[in-house]
Ligand binder design. Structure first.
Ligand code: GLN
Length: 490
């Protein structure tokens, strides 16, 4: 079997048993990239080939004789391009950071690098993670490996496409309102947004700081748990990172059932706007969870309807403030031949940012401005609390919530580009859990008649990743969706 088809766990095992070398892994993936990357365009930046092979060789040499105990060693990973990688260009898919090489590693990178993975490159995203399709990338969209005419989802579309197209064994993405789960659903892979605070945000280029979380995008739930083990845990460099103990997430995968778990089905997530095929597929998945021993209960999250509006006030307000740092002075691009400081700021920002980012900065600045603050930003914060209470109250009676990830399967490239509201609606089912800060996973649960993947969302109580993983794994093991791989035609 080709090495690039293996899951992280399988590849790890082969490497640990000494059946394959780091150099063989590097070569296999370089070949795969060579074959499919021009069709998928998952990456913004690929690691230098020679540097990668030198690293692989040095791993092999260092191992002479003894077999490794470090489970990430030589594993080929892809990293979303809004996560700082020391010395490796980090663009956020924006012109303004086109040549930016971070002087430091994000905490997640520092943690991964301790175990010597092979970082293959940085993956494409909607500029500054603002979008649901990667079409807002300044470097052009990535393609859905199941059908290149369709979006791979976003904003972590490059990471999800890279995993689905076997262009890496696993990847990191970031999720502010759905950006890990929605592309994972579109590409038929697993995407896990941990509880806000579970993973350090240090070195993740901030979009909306009260929502952003880094998480794994993988081929299986087991792989997501493995990767999460490496990146989770308190970090003094991120004041919002939690001090809660980090469990071994792979332990929650032992039970292959959902017995004694009460699973809530939020009525509001099956209302108008849900594609009938997605609805049917998710209903089938709920039936499977029932057969696995779960007790299914309909619940209500009445403030679901307000989530999109709330999110687009809070996220844009935070973005307008976070993105103020890109002024042409400290980072990235600077407009040339300007006559004054003010003009330099203005031109650097107007040339450096794309249209969606500008739209969000303007919306956010408006929501925060004197006179409108109470009506918009403060109001949105109050509604966010109501949304959080919705979840807190249903979690008194249920252990998990299950829903679709996205109202439709992936849409055609270009279909929603001119209609921001339609684009924003791609995230109706992922945004509420982001506002509440709770953990949520997307697992493959079927295909549309067009042959495009459909995702199942499982949400849990704050810091109860283990139960979310347990249910997702039980479901995955009871079905075969995760074993299907796209055929990428030349
Ligand atoms: N699609 C949503 C947005 O455009 C969410 C993005 C994200 O999670 N980074 O804001």
């Amino acid at each position: 079997m080709s090495l690039f088809k293996l899951t992280l766990k399988e590849l790890q095992e082969k490497f640990t048993r000494g059946e394959i070398s780091a150099t063989e892994i590097a070569r296999a993936f370089l070949l795969r990239l060579n074959q499919v990357e021009s069709k998928i365009k998952a990456y913004v930046t690929l690691r230098d080939k020679d540097a990668l092979l030198v690293q692989a060789k040095s791993i092999d040499q260092s191992l002479q004789g003894w077999r490794k105990t470090q489970p990430l060693m030589a594993m080929p990973l892809a990293i979303k391009d809004n996560i700082c990688t020391k010395g490796l260009r980090t663009t956020c898919s924006s012109r303004i950071l086109e040549d930016f090489e971070p002087p430091y590693d994000a905490t997640v990178m520092a943690r991964l690098n301790l175990h010597q993975p092979l970082i293959l490159g940085k993956t494409n995203l909607d500029e500054f993670a603002m979008g649901s399709s990667t079409e807002h990338s300044a470097f052009g969209p990535s393609r859905n490996p199941w059908n290149p005419k369709f979006i791979p989802g976003g904003s972590s579309g490059g990471s999800a496409a890279a995993v689905a197209a076997d262009e890496c064994v696993a990847a990191l993405g970031s999720d502010t309102g759905g950006s890990i789960r929605q592309p994972a659903a579109c590409c038929g892979v697993v995407g896990f947004k941990p509880t806000y605070g579970r993973v350090s945000r240090y070195g993740l280029v901030a979009f909306a700081s009260s929502l952003d979380q880094i998480g794994p995008i993988t081929k299986t739930v087991t792989d997501a748990a493995i990767l999460l083990n490496f990146i989770a845990g308190h970090d003094p460099l991120d004041s919002t990172s939690s001090r809660k103990e980090t469990p071994d997430f792979t332990k929650s995968l032992k039970k292959k059932d959902v017995k004694r778990l009460v699973i809530g089905i939020p009525r509001e997530y099956f209302a108008d706007g849900l594609d009938p095929e997605v609805s049917e597929t998710v209903q089938d998945a709920i039936q499977t969870l029932k057969e696995l021993g779960g007790s299914i209960q309909e619940v209500s999250l009445p403030f679901t309807q307000q989530a999109i509006a709330t999110y687009y006030l809070i996220a844009t307000a935070e973005a307008s403030s976070n993105l103020a740092r890109f002024d042409g002075v400290r980072y990235g691009m600077r407009a040339k031949e300007t006559k004054s400081l003010a003009e330099m700021y203005r031109l650097s920002r107007s040339q450096g940012f794309g249209p969606e980012v500008k739209r969000r900065i303007m919306l956010g600045t408006y929501a925060l401005s004197a006179g409108y603050y109470d009506a918009y930003y403060a109001k949105a914060q109050a509604v966010r609390t109501l949304i959080q209470r919705d979840f807190a109250s249903v979690f008194e009676t249920v252990d998990l919530l299950v829903s679709p990830v996205m109202p439709t399967p992936a849409f055609l490239l270009g279909a929603r580009l001119e209609d921001p509201l339609q684009m924003y609606l791609s995230d109706v089912y992922t945004i509420p859990s982001s506002l509440a800060g709770i953990p949520a996973i997307s697992v493959p649960c079927g295909f549309s008649t067009m042959g495009l993947p459909i995702g199942l969302q499982i949400m849990g109580r704050p810091f109860d990743e283990p139960t979310v993983l347990r249910a997702a794994h039980a479901y995955e093991q009871a079905t075969t969706w995760h074993t299907r791989r796209p055929v990428i035609r030349s």
